[in-house]
Design a protein around this ligand. Structure first.
Ligand code: THU
Length: 128
């Protein structure tokens, strides 16, 4: 299995832990740090809908809390019928904490898209 497929499989396993009773959309993410460690996340929804957190930020915040500061790539897997792009909030947070990493996104039938984060967020806010 290539490292790329490995990351996708980790994201797919994390997706099974999604708590998404409101949208019904399951999302998993796997973020590879430069140390080689992989951090997984799933989307978590609560009844106060605006407090929902995306899979990508769960994975990234877990990695930061684990002491990681440099990253290579994130894979996203969802139950949607085509690969979903990361939301705008996640793009901004990933830009600030990860820089220009590779972002791949996959559905469960095997379709994929892959981007550099700078393609998804071409004019980022980065002051302060
Ligand atoms: N979601 C993610 O986890 N990642 C994204 O990039 C897009 C959206 C989640 C949030 C919410 O639980 C559900 O998908 C529907 O928006």
């Amino acid at each position: 299995m290539t490292p790329h497929n490995d990351l996708r499989e980790t994201a797919k396993r994390a997706m099974e832990n999604s708590r998404s009773p409101f949208s019904g959309l399951k999302v998993g993410a796997a973020l590879k740090a430069k140390s080689g460690k992989v951090f997984a996340g799933a989307n978590i929804e609560t009844a106060s809908l605006g407090l929902t957190i995306c899979a990508e930020r769960v994975a990234l915040f877990s990695a930061i809390a684990g002491g990681e500061r440099e990253f290579e790539e994130i894979a996203i897997v969802s139950s949607a019928d085509e690969p979903i792009p990361p939301c705008g909030a996640c793009r901004q947070v990933m830009w600030e904490l990860c820089g220009d990493i590779r972002v791949s996104t996959h559905d469960l039938k095997g379709a994929s898209e892959s981007f550099k984060l700078s393609e998804l967020l071409p004019f980022p806010f980065e002051k302060f």
